[in-house]
Design a protein around this ligand. Sequence first.
Ligand code: S3P
Length: 459
Amino acid sequence: MLKAVSIVIPPDKSISHRAVMLASISEGTTCIKNLLMSEDIKRTIEAFRAMGVRIDIQRRRLKPATPCMNGVAQFIARSCADIKVHGVGMFGLKKPARQIYLGNSGTTMRILPGILAGQDFEVVLTGDKSLSSRPMQRIVKPLREMGANIKSVNYKVLSVNKKEIYPPLEIQGGRLKAIKYKSNIASAQVKSCILLAGLYANGLTSVSEPEKSRDHTERMLKQFGCKVRGEGREVSFKGPVRLKSPRTIEIPGDISSAAFFIVAGCIFPDTKIIIKNMGLNPTRIGILDILKKMGANIHLRPGYNRNEAGQISEPAGDIIVKSSKLKGVTISPKEVVRAIDEVPVIMVAACFAKGRTIIKGIKELRVKETDRIKSMVTNLRKIGADIKIRVAHVEGEYIVINGGKLLHGARVSSFGDHRTAMSMLVAGLLTKDEVIVTGLDCINKSFPGFEKLLYTFSQ
Ligand code: S3P
């Protein structure tokens, strides 16, 4: 019998960070509806509270999982709230009393410095062990070019002219100058950091990148009144800019969190999942295109997300997934940019697909919360997958997975990485015996309650 379930996934992490940041430095009060309340977003909220911004958590939004009518069981993730941010304006932030600890939040560590570079005080940003080993030169270099003074005692000399910098970062803000920056990596964190610094700089700030990365910052800047130009791989605007609150922002579900249920829906037999109110931003839905290419039975029911002023902010809608017969495919570096956080769970899908899957352009996976190539290859091999890392002369590393093998249980590790943990729990849905994943606390970074939701879904 076809099992039909309806799921509400937690709100988008990337959009939640940006909403708190822009609301804090804008003029006016912003009500952010359906904000993600995960570990990382709490770090961003606390960072702005430490700099004098009043942020009220108004109400937790969703009820616990409830069985629903019409024969469709409904499961709702609870990790969200409506909040009210009392914006202090571009120069209203205050020097924090102490260092700001950002836990494991890479997005805060890489985007917030853009704002801090424009302030007239010094801040030290610190993080946990994993965050303290994540490369920061990619944001430090352009910010220094703009005139910011950033120091770190945690660095490595890689070659004669190459140095990598890691947190803690000491940022002394000041007067900034606008730059035209050509980034050699497609990274929304780098782009966002420069754009936020550009708000404080005189003249045209522009960022170009090899492929278009997620564009949530540009979209939200427009909502706050900044005239951002450019749709493709280059975006620009003239500074300085005073941001004005749009009063309300509503955040749709996170496609990166939904990805685990989308893959589960494809590989689990006799299943139909309706995932409600999902963000469907074209720069984020690479996973849907890749899975469709693999033969997945996925349909979209588009809707739109409007703010109180009636402006369309982020495309949103429902995703309907049915059990599918997946086949192996080749995934290009360009496709990977639009599915960068979903590669671990795509590897899982490839293990259950018939034939060979090749995933190219995976270099950036080495520097996520953990080295995700290492974590996923180690774990999937432990449960019997046929998976190899190869290196091509020009394109660099790529992954080859020969799918369709019968997988078995094993004890595997999260490697402290939320997406590795959730991917392996999805893999465990269909193995011959149990997959035990150790170190599940990291899941709270983006998807509190994931294990319970997955368990309920699989019963
Ligand atoms: C993010 C951008 C991506 C992504 C991360 C969130 C963002 O990182 O992997 O989880 O919110 O801007 P990169 O900018 O390093 O690609």
